[in-house]
Design a protein around this ligand. Structure first.
Ligand code: UDP
Length: 394
């Protein structure tokens, strides 16, 4: 099966890491076309995936801006659409991994008559998208996509609530390779020593730095925790959230938490750092479409406290495989952190249960099989002359 994958960014976010995991079995016959250069290109090449940068100019479309603003400079889009349509003629399918990829992919699919798959990795709601962008995404997906793969029931429900056709959607969770998340206690002690965190209770936060990822909720929670509770913030501001970074540092200073918070920037050794932590906190203030870091923490056998909204509640069973905390409630988060710190045996039991459960439920092999089966169905529908949107068999 020859697939042209499209992604709008050169940065490495959850959508890109999920795509990399998913596409490996197809890599002999696939191409990833990126609309921007960046470290994701290098990462794909390290994994022997063919990559092409389609444009070095950034598209002037942001999640919260009006897409019409973007269209007003549509000269940016036309060459990209033409290039993508031309490329896609060499492939069986166009696979759009992000919303701007959907925009370009939809037009290219129309021109080249190749079926379009949209991997929906966002919650299409006012929290994340302007009304114009919501309407654009929904209309393009309804009109041009043969299949919308939603990364959680929450993403699927938001898509349908915004007017998306339920019958073209299927939920497929992100997949993971459990063996990549196993670290010895020797590794753990060494890394803790390097970070100067030998005796502290370390709460890890792993996410790009952005207001809705809620790093501030963890900072606020620390003031209600005992002095030995320390946080490491892993991740970078990928999309120009420098003001938020400054606010975080200001708040850390105001609360005199400078010696209890370390900011480590973007790291590629997330699994090692998770293993070196005592607990992982997920603090998104808006519903998270999926929340890769939660599954990764569970695979590392670390206890997790996660913000109870969106796809997260499909992953964490409160009190059984982790804990759910109301979004933006730093006092409740502090209470749960202290409970976890004070009951290490109970926390270890829950972390073990979580590791067993997610190793099976989100295993990459199962997820790849599900996606391959869906893509085969789309191609089968096309070959048998069914009109789009293809109705997928249950
Ligand atoms: N991540 C990383 N290095 C960092 C911070 C995060 O590799 O410094 C990875 C993390 O391991 C996870 C992904 O980025 O796989 C974030 O995915 P998630 O679904 O949690 O959030 P998203 O970025 O999709 O909003």
């Amino acid at each position: 099966m020859k697939i042209l994958f499209l992604d709008q960014t050169g940065q490495i976010g959850g959508a890109e890491l999920s795509l990399l995991d998913l596409l490996k079995p197809f890599r002999a016959d696939c191409l990833v076309a990126l609309f921007k250069d960046g470290p994701f290109k290098d990462l794909l090449e390290q994994h022997q995936v063919s990559v092409q940068i389609l444009s070095n100019r950034s598209l002037s479309v942001s999640k919260d801006s009006s897409f019409l603003q973007g269209l007003s400079s549509s000269f940016q889009l036309l060459p990209l659409i033409a290039q993508t349509a031309q490329l896609s003629r060499r492939f069986d399918l166009i696979y759009a991994n992000t919303q701007k990829a959907l925009v370009i992919g939809a037009m290219a699919s129309y021109l080249s008559r190749r079926p379009l798959i949209y991997h929906l990795r966002d919650i299409i709601s006012p929290d994340h998208f302007s009304a114009t962008n919501r309407s654009l995404i929904i209309n393009l997906a309804n009109r041009f996509a043969s299949l919308v793969i939603a990364n959680s029931q929450a993403s699927q429900a938001a898509f349908v609530a915004a007017g998306g056709h339920q019958e073209i959607t299927k939920v497929v969770y992100n997949g993971f390779q459990p063996e990549l998340y196993q670290y010895s206690s020797a590794n753990r002690s060494e890394l803790r020593q390097q970070l100067g965190l030998d005796t502290q209770f370390v709460v890890g936060h792993f996410s790009r730095i952005s207001p809705w990822k809620g790093q501030h909720v963890l900072i606020e929670a620390l003031q209600y925790c005992s002095e030995d509770v320390t946080a490491i913030l892993v991740g970078d501001a990928l999309f120009g959230e420098d003001q938020y970074v400054n606010q975080l540092h200001q708040r850390i200073n105001e609360l005199k938490l400078g010696n209890r918070v370390q900011t480590l920037g973007f790291r590629s050794d997330v699994a090692e750092l998770m293993s070196a932590s005592d607990l992982i906190a997920h603090t998104s203030t808006s519903p998270e479409p999926f929340g890769r870091i939660i599954v990764e923490a569970m695979l590392c056998r670390r206890p997790v406290i996660a913000a109870a909204a969106g796809g997260v509640v499909e992953i964490v069973k409160h009190g059984k495989t982790g804990w759910l905390s109301p979004p933006e409630d730093s006092r409740k988060l502090a209470e749960l952190i202290m409970s976890c710190r004070n009951h290490p045996e109970q926390s270890a039991r829950i972390a073990n249960q979580a590791q067993v459960e997610v190793s099976q439920r989100f295993h990459i092999d199962t997820i790849r099989q599900q996606v391959r089966y869906l893509l085969q169905q789309v191609l089968h529908c096309k070959e048998s002359g069914q009109h789009i949107p293809y109705r997928l068999a249950e």
